[in-house]
Design a protein around this ligand. Sequence first.
Ligand code: PMP
Length: 430
Amino acid sequence: MMIKNSTKTSHLLFERAQASIPGGVNSPVRAFKSVGGTPVFFKEARGAYLYDEDGNRYIDLIASWGPMILGHSHPAVVEAVARQVHKATSFGAPTRLEIEMAELMKEMVPGLELVRMVNSGTEACMSALRLARGYTGKNKFIKFEGCYHGHADPFLVKAGSGVATFDIQSVPGVTGGTAHDTLTAPYNDIEAVQKLIDQNPGDIAAIIVEPVAGNMGCVPPQPGFLEKLRVICDRYGIILIFDEVMTGFRLAQGGAQERLGVKADLVTFGKVIGGGLPVGAFGGNRDIMSAIAPLGKVYQAGTLSGNPLAMTAGYTTLSILHNNPQIYSELDHKTQLLEQKLSEVLSANGWHFTSNRLGSMLSFHFDIDQVTNFSEAAAANQNTFRRFFHHMLSQGVYLPPSAFESYFLSNALTFEDIDFIAEAASTFTA
Ligand code: PMP
């Protein structure tokens, strides 16, 4: 089924937006630059459906890049936020809501003893890295090629997501001094990590990793990879940071730590914890977290941190996940079914591809046999990806507009929706 109406209004709005907003968007991947064409301007969203300015409906496989795990406009979240908006929207002073949020997170996430709220995943990762440096007194850190940890300067080296989408090799404005302290290794390559440690003895404060990568498509860790990182960090006194901005509260209540059974020293969060409002957080054990101001000297702050509206949306979302653990098995089942059905129709039409999935994170890569790191993800056929994206869009299915992003399912997606998506893909031919 094609979308009903033209997308004339989106075209007009995109033109208008470009006169006042850089590239017409407030975050680069939204511009459709790598897939070509005009971005869709949305107006409303309910459950698993997005509605554009021209009245077309799309099945949403992004879920706002992860946060909308329960679907859009979940009645309990809408009601809680509406109630709070009448009480107060910001104090810049402590509230009971922040305690309730922190206590709930501690109940859900293994090893979380103290947690600090911020406003985005970027802030969470930036602050966790500063803390690791401040706590250890060391400067360098290791990240992995194709992993994205937000847009703070130290992370914009061989980064995934939009940086990979636009093939930006070195980001102007990030100084050589900053980049010098960022060491990179291929994802899933433990020998490369060991080599960096040998070359920089006693200099490495932290290793930060997406425990399941989602910013070069979905790339799960190979068996033993995270376990070996844990062993290495213990051996050399390096802080292991899991960036759970995508995986936190998505792969399990306790995120990748619970699902994959490996514990980090510090964990960063974003996306799902805000339930659609801007929230991030970082936390860990009491000892390391006590180095943060006002307990310690590692400074970190925020005018709107712990904002009551954001805490309300986040707390309500997490409570629903906490009280309904079957959501995770349902999401897994739906994502597995979507992977299977899409694979069947793509194969039937003669496409050569591989799919990666862990829990409700999924991606397809054309003309390649396996994707376990960034160079394999980058070697996939981007042209076929672009055509697939536009084909699905024209059928009313909204996929991520970049091959270097994961699909994120929401539990509002029905089995009928999955059949609809497979049907839409069945008409994608060479
Ligand atoms: N870390 C990861 C793993 C992410 O996927 C993202 C965003 N996609 C970030 C950090 C940055 O989060 P934000 O966009 O909220 O700053």
